[in-house]
Design a protein around this ligand. Structure first.
Ligand SMILES: *Cc1c(COP(=O)(O)O)cnc(C)c1O
Length: 484
């Protein structure tokens, strides 16, 4: 009997799918996806009860054998996905809304199925260039010069981290433990976390009290810098916020730029949430001075409505970003000498990564940036409208008027103690959310529990905002005159 003597011959190539299997897989998933997206407006905005039991039922040992694809889709779409915060819902006005443009999902499919390598320019020149385009466009949006460079990250946290490391590697000696980073008490917590991860002692991140509009006080900043220098510390970096997560407040970026220039600080702007409002007139007025920063964080998965997984960092002096991240290895392909051609691995902590430029590039290319500008204008308008309507509700106090697309409010009728009001507002929030047409979250400002509305989903329009205000009015009536 003949036996083939060649080793390692395998007849089993089941991981390589046949054409019709690939097509069927995508089509089956598509049928589920379209149904899911079509019914988003009617789905509850949040549904997580029984989450623990469900999560426990998902836990399992490494499976040795097959599971049928249809069964997996059924579990995903009928059991697991619905039990969640419905971050893609038009009624999701919580935290910073996600959205999730479908275009980017298609871009991811293409990027993943072709699986090209874009960490190195030579490995996929046109694709690396396409991603460099996205970075140049972002630079245009914030008003950076052509010498700016940047990277797409997985989110704003990683962008803030990379900004701090870049500043540190360019401005500080290897012993940097006396260097101090300044921000307002409204700055996103990812900044303090990034500073710790970048090796700074926790106490070296100073969060200064903010003003009545929740913006960094540059008078306090100057004073603190003077004191720190006198104490032998090294003032090093200041982080401005262009749209805080709490209330959407925008720091006076021009004033911070002034201080940074005089004191030789690296000026980073965390515009993860608010930066893309630079596409609008209102945003450009509010964020004037952003172009004077050394670096900026922008989150396309917020202000450009992308699915989660894409943030970005821009650095005004592109060479500074490169200096901070360039290392060599003998097994790597040659890197580009031409300063116009970018090897992303030399600008970022990452080497191998997904081709994430396509998920940003495709929707912008298909619609033009004008469509995004109009959508962002609509969000600003809806937020002002909501603030005007809140003003008309007896007992409601607006704690933070919209500076971008967040408004923060609370119920504050006279005759209650601070703690009683906090408790009433917790009940108010539960009342609003229990109607399941919108999902709001809260924050604390000067010890006060306040409810926030953040409008940033491309799916949120006036009809949903009307439902939001209706649910707020009804819930206020309930806490103001409790049923017995
Ligand atoms: C969301 C946010 C971050 C963190 O970004 P991730 O993408 O969630 O990592 C940082 N700063 C601000 C102002 C944000 O709103």
């Amino acid at each position: 009997m003949h036996t083939d003597q060649r080793p390692c011959l395998s007849s089993d190539r089941e991981l390589e799918l046949r054409d019709e299997v690939m097509r069927a897989m995508v089509e089956q998933a598509m049928a589920r996806i379209i149904e899911h997206i079509r019914t988003l407006p009617e789905q509850p905005t949040s549904k997580v009860s029984g989450g623990l039991e469900l999560a426990q039922s998902v836990r399992e040992r490494l499976p040795e054998s097959k599971t049928e694809y249809g069964k997996i889709l059924e579990n995903l779409f009928e059991k697991w996905i619905p039990r969640s915060f419905n971050t893609a819902s038009p009624g999701y006005l919580a935290y910073i809304p996600g959205g999730g443009l479908f275009h980017s999902a298609v871009a991811d499919l293409i990027a993943d199925a072709t699986n090209r390598y874009v960490g190195v320019w030579a490995a996929a020149p046109a694709l690396a260039e396409l991603e460099a385009n996205v970075i140049r466009w972002f630079g245009e949006i914030v008003g950076y010069p052509p010498a700016a460079r940047g990277i797409l990250t997985s989110g704003g946290s990683l962008a803030n981290f990379t900004a701090i490391v870049t500043a540190r590697r360019n401005r500080l000696p290897e012993d940097f433990l006396r260097a101090v980073i300044y921000a307002s008490d409204q700055v996103h917590h990812s900044v303090a976390k990034a500073a710790i991860l970048a090796g700074f002692p926790e106490r070296n991140t100073v969060e200064l009290p903010s003003d009545e509009r929740l913006r960094l006080r540059t008078d306090l900043l100057r004073e603190r810098i003077r004191r720190d220098r006198a104490a032998g510390l090294t003032p090093f970096m200041v982080v401005g916020s262009a749209g805080t997560t709490n209330t959407g407040a925008v720091d006076d970026l021009d004033a911070i730029a002034e201080v940074a220039q005089q004191e030789h600080l690296w000026f980073h702007v965390d515009a993860a949430y608010g930066g893309f409002f630079m596409l609008t007139d209102q945003g450009r007025r509010a964020m004037k001075g952003i172009e004077r920063s050394d670096s900026v964080t922008l989150d396309p998965h917020k202000g450009l409505f992308l699915p989660y997984g894409t943030g970005s960092l821009l650095v005004q002096d592109g060479e500074a970003l490169k200096r901070a991240h360039t290392t060599q290895a003998l097994y790597m392909p040659p890197m580009q000498e031409d300063p116009e051609l970018v090897d992303f691995c030399n600008y970022s902590p990452e080497l191998s990564r997904d081709f994430r430029g396509l998920r940003v590039w495709l929707p912008i290319k298909m619609h033009g940036i004008a469509a995004f500008r109009r959508a962002l204008q609509e969000k600003l308008c809806l937020t002002r409208w909501a603030a005007d309507e809140l003003d008309k509700i007896p007992g409601i106090e607006i704690v933070a008027r919209p500076q971008t697309s967040v408004v923060a409010f609370r119920y504050a009728a006279p005759g209650y103690s601070g703690e009683e009001l906090n408790e009433l507002n917790r009940r108010l929030l539960d009342g609003i959310n229990s109607r399941n047409r919108v999902f709001l979250t809260a924050t604390t400002l000067s010890g006060r529990f306040v409810i926030r509305i953040c409008v940033l989903s491309f799916r949120t329009h006036l009809d949903r905002m009307e439902m939001c205000l209706e649910d707020i009015r009804r819930s206020v009536e309930e806490i103001a005159s409790p049923r017995q």
